[in-house]
Design a protein around this ligand. Structure first.
Ligand SMILES: NC(=O)c1ccc[n+]([C@@H]2O[C@H](COP(=O)([O-])OP(=O)(O)OC[C@H]3O[C@@H](n4cnc5c(N)ncnc54)[C@H](OP(=O)(O)O)[C@@H]3O)[C@@H](O)[C@H]2O)c1
Length: 254
């Protein structure tokens, strides 16, 4: 039985991805802070959930614990999904919150990627969850968008480094999805036009398809998101950032 580890599996995209991986026959290890939510997902997955690891991946000891766990236990797949952001103007968000976002979205992701890839074998896969915002800046979410550019760029380089070893690395970039992400970040999914919002089920389906296809280093989720991104190619950077600033939920904050 193949083994997978999913971070941020207690809700939203990660929970849905965990369910799909269980349906694909993976034996799962689920990571997030909320033990109760992880426990109830574990119960619903039955024999496909091997263990839960309640950890805070902004905490150095927990990051080290999980990277040691990855070094000592062979997994076939790591999905680095845990991620947070905060909407608001840069100097109106406490600096420590933004540094915490950087720790979770980048430092933990790099540390876990390193531990996993050190022991990876042909056939294994690493999926790092970025965002559509990997491809643009976001006034009112400057640090979050920058962390996601990092994830996409980092993953693309690793795709190349590992492709001839038969190890698939990819950055998977969802557009707006109907998880708790936006309320946790200080906005609401309703801040986005309905037609651009995907369900977490749609996002998970596309992630599983990308994992099975093992082709692209950078995957943009959703046809409408790919279309939007294509349109943005015809804008210069100034025009693009002006549009992002106008539509950003983080710029409406006082
Ligand atoms: N929703 C969107 O519109 C959207 C769009 C593009 C990209 N994404 C990306 O997709 C990924 C999943 O987000 P989501 O939409 O599913 O958001 P979500 O519903 O808020 O889920 C985030 C997950 O990460 C976990 N998490 C948060 N802080 C953590 C920490 N310090 N340590 C360990 N786990 C932590 C949460 O669990 P606990 O609270 O239990 O720790 C939860 O399981 C993120 O990387 C996000 O940036 C989301």
């Amino acid at each position: 039985m193949k083994k997978a580890i999913v971070t941020g599996a207690s809700g939203g995209i990660g929970k849905e991805v965990a369910k799909r991986l269980a349906a694909e026959g993976y034996l799962l290890t689920l990571v997030a802070r909320n033990e109760e939510k992880l426990g109830s997902l574990q119960d619903s997955l039955g024999r496909n959930c091997h263990q839960i690891l309640p950890l805070d991946l902004t905490n150095q000891e927990d990051i080290i614990y999980l990277s040691e766990h990855l070094a000592e236990n062979k997994y076939d797949l790591l999905v680095n999904n845990a991620g947070t952001g905060t909407y608001g103007k840069f100097i109106e968000i406490p600096l420590e919150d933004q540094l915490e976002t950087m720790t979770l979205n980048m430092e933990a992701l790099v540390t876990l990627s390193y531990a996993f890839l050190k022991h990876a074998k042909s056939g294994d896969a690493l999926i790092n969850i970025g965002s559509l915002l990997a491809h643009s800046s976001l006034p009112g979410g400057a640090v979050y968008a920058a962390t996601k550019s990092f994830v996409a760029n980092f993953s693309e380089s690793l795709w190349y480094e590992f492709k001839n070893k038969g190890i698939f690395v990819a950055g998977f970039n969802p557009g707006a999805a109907d998880s708790d992400f936006h309320s946790n970040a200080g906005s609401q999914t309703s801040a986005f036009p309905k037609f651009v919002v995907s369900s977490v089920q749609q996002v998970a389906t596309e992630l599983i398809n990308a994992l099975n296809a093992r082709s692209k280093p950078r995957i943009v989720q959703g046809f409408k998101n790919r279309l939007m991104l294509f349109g943005f190619r015809f804008l210069n950077r100034k025009a693009a950032v002006n549009i992002m600033g106008k539509i950003s939920p983080g710029m409406t904050h006082s």
